[in-house]
Design a protein. Structure first.
Length: 415
């Protein structure tokens, strides 16, 4: 696997790491699972991940993959319930994990470290307190809603954006965050916006790479799907219905796409606080009879709809990743998204339409034009879809990502 090179002993920080999951837990698990084929890994993660990991490894053992567990004392974190306080808990977890990491380093002697999850740059990593080189990321969180789009939010959305910007501003003043950046041998940023942020923290080197990956099973999953009876009759958006997902922009673009046939629709999969306002907006735009809100549905149905839609519309205004965009690419479905944040890195120009995040009026117009162009040209849809699938198969597999990280490991340690 390493062309005769010595396997390195790597300490991985993966606060979120669970088999069989998506999002952050999936990034943690699939990263270390694929990297274990190349190096000897010790993964420091949360104690409450232990049972799921032990169960998975009992069924499907992975050589050279070892786990260390730590959780903050309950008396220190009695206030944490569910998702409440998770960000503060994560900060405290990183600080508490320093002792566990130092003890393990004394016993094992790691060659380097790798921070994998959480995928955010504005919290310190315990790896900065060890005397080993380390790879920081991919990390995100530097993405912000472009200022001109704030006027499209309600007051709750505006407050959320202010709070998020304030938290990030304060993080730049945190000496532990600055130390994490300064001591990192290399930072991997999920977007150009995050790259700019970590550079302001004086990181030595920075590269841009998506944190999103797909397993071999996920890459081949869509070959087993037959299009449903509605295939080719609807555009699709998938995700939590939140203000910053930009679905209100997609809805207005759909209403403006005059060349679409009246039998074609726009479907939303997911739920959230913006559902009622989007439904109201559809009525005001005169397209309520052509817009469907499916809510939360079984994953297999989600993927079948993703395979059968005209295109995935994902106008997110700030996002580090975009797993649904990766799934669309693997399905051979064109993606219409903003050339901003994680989706702008993830989606290739020849596998979809990347719209510059200039201002709401221009973005809505360009999304509308993209929808009409893909709808009216079967050849264009096929061309984009083929390129999208080729890109996913070549670049988004976890095995390929592991090879890329392994190469960076050797660069960092000087082998």
């Amino acid at each position: 696997m390493n062309s005769g090179k010595k396997r390195l002993r790597v300490l991985v920080s993966a606060y979120s790491c669970l088999p069989g999951r998506g999002s952050e837990p999936g990034v943690g698990w699939n990263s270390v699972k694929s990297l274990a084929a190349h190096h000897d890994l010790w993964v420091l993660t949360r104690e409450n991940n232990r049972s799921a990991i032990d169960e998975e490894l009992a069924l499907r053992p992975i050589e050279r993959l070892n786990f260390l567990y730590y959780d903050s004392p309950k008396w220190l974190c009695w206030w944490k319930k569910g998702s409440r306080g998770v960000q503060l808990y994560y900060y405290l977890w990183q600080l508490g994990a320093i002792g566990v990491a130092r003890k393990a380093h004394q016993e094992i002697g790691f060659d380097l470290g790798h921070h994998v999850t959480f995928v955010k740059y504005w919290v310190p990593s315990f790896l900065a307190f060890l005397d080993i080189p380390y790879l920081w990321g991919p990390v995100g969180g530097g993405e912000s809603t472009p200022r001109g789009f704030h006027k499209t939010f309600n007051w709750r959305g505006k407050i959320y954006e202010w709070q998020r910007s304030t938290a990030r501003f304060l993080a730049h003043l945190d000496p532990l965050v600055r130390l994490t950046a300064k001591r990192a041998s290399l930072a991997i940023a999920t977007s150009a916006e995050t790259a700019d942020a970590v550079k302001r923290l004086k990181v030595k080197r920075c590269k841009i790479m998506t944190q999103v990956g797909l397993t071999e099973e996920e890459l081949s999953f869509f070959d087993r799907f037959e299009p449903d009876n509605n295939a080719g009759k609807y555009f699709l958006s998938i995700g939590n219905l939140l203000h910053w997902k930009g679905f209100h922009l997609g809805l207005e673009a759909f209403a403006q796409a005059k060349t679409l046939h009246q039998s074609h629709e726009y479907w939303f999969i997911g739920d959230g606080p913006q559902r009622r306002s989007l439904q109201k907006m559809a009525g005001e735009l005169g397209v309520a009879d052509r817009v469907r809100f499916l809510g939360k549905i079984p994953r297999q149905q989600v993927l079948q709809h993703l395979k059968g839609c005209i295109a995935l519309l994902h106008p997110s205004l700030h996002e580090s990743g975009g797993f649904v965009c990766a799934e669309a690419l693997a399905a051979g479905t064109p993606v219409i998204c903003l050339d901003h944040g994680g989706p702008g890195v993830l989606v290739p120009p020849n596998g979809g339409v990347l719209v510059e995040a200039t201002n709401p009026t221009d973005v809505i117009k360009k999304i509308s034009e993209a929808m009409a162009n893909i709808f009216n040209s079967v050849d264009l849809k096929k061309k984009l879809g083929k390129a999208a699938q080729q890109h996913a198969n070549k670049n988004l597999g976890w095995e390929e990502k592991a090879k890329m990280f392994s190469k960076l490991y050797y660069e960092i340690v000087g082998h």
